[in-house]
Design a protein around this ligand. Structure first.
Ligand SMILES: [Zn+2]
Length: 283
């Protein structure tokens, strides 16, 4: 081993010089930080609701995730998890199909890294289901970024028909929501981009990140809930449109392949176990 290192040393030094010379001549990449938060636990008593006809009656544990992107031009929170009020005791939903809890409040998690929810400028939610809007009202000083179709469903006459809980985002309306009709580059430098991926709900969207050190990452929203559904492209029975979902899956898979980005599946408990959570961060 020492022999190999000795042989390689001149190349390593040249390599280091090349990197530092390069660094002085290229524009400095913006200082972006990505924090990941635990935003609740979801026990699914029959996982086949996510994969019709497959694994009927099987129980599966999912996690719920929220993210904070700190960019020199502002802060963006991406999804807000289950409501802090659920606490660690939690409760059942949908006749016991789901058991959900929120052991550590998002507000406390943010404050532990010195961030006040009211200071955050942008709120991006992948879609308006209540496991993503649970704490949206904490961020009422922010501008909400939402596809137009999602806005029309969430703030129209019958949001409940889409499985939305309007009380959870009642501090938002047409005046503090930016209605999107496609992809949206949040800070104008291509580093943080909302990606339209409709089908799970009328205006479902995802988030693409290009971090200076950690590289390209896409946050899934609920395009997939766990890895095996991605592998088999299974569409949950409760999705708004199966056809739109499959089209979004195809488009996103092509995007992931062309960019080389990793896909972080927000509800995938096993994948999340390998992702660093706050107070650690990615740059
Ligand atoms: Zn969800």
């Amino acid at each position: 081993m020492r022999f190999l290192l000795t042989l390689l040393r001149p190349f390593m030094i040249v390599g280091a010089l090349a990197v530092s010379a390069c660094a002085t001549h290229t524009p400095t990449a913006p200082d972006i930080k990505l924090y990941v938060f635990h935003c609740g636990n979801i026990e699914v008593r029959d996982v086949s609701v996510f994969s019709p006809g497959v694994n009927q009656g099987q129980v599966k544990s999912l996690t719920d995730s929220c993210y904070l992107i700190r960019h020199p031009k502002g802060d963006l929170i991406w999804d807000t998890g289950l409501p802090d009020q659920l606490g660690s005791k939690g409760q059942e939903f949908y006749d016991g199909l789901f058991y959900m809890s929120m052991p550590t409040p998002l507000q406390a998690q943010l404050e532990s890294i010195g961030v006040k929810p009211q200071d955050i400028e942008w709120l991006g939610i992948s879609h308006a289901h209540s496991d993503h809007t649970g704490n949206a009202n904490l961020f009422s000083n922010a501008t909400l970024l939402m596809q137009k179709e999602e806005f029309d469903a969430a703030f129209g006459g019958n949001p409940q028909q889409y499985g939305f809980v309007p009380d959870s985002y009642s501090h938002f309306n047409a005046t503090n929501t930016q209605r999107l009709q496609g992809d949206h580059d949040v800070f104008g430098d291509g580093r943080v981009v909302v990606k339209r991926a409709i089908g799970h709900t009328p205006g479902h969207q995802m988030l693409y990140l290009d971090l200076p050190e950690s590289g390209r990452i896409v946050l899934s929203g609920d395009l997939y809930h766990f890895t095996s559904n991605r592998e088999h492209r299974r569409v949950p029975s409760f999705n708004f449109s199966k056809e739109q979902t499959l089209e979004s899956m195809e488009r996103m898979e092509q995007f992931l392949e062309s960019t080389g980005a990793q896909l972080w599946i927000q509800h995938d408990k096993e994948q999340n176990a390998g992702i660093r959570h706050a107070p650690e961060y990615y740059q």
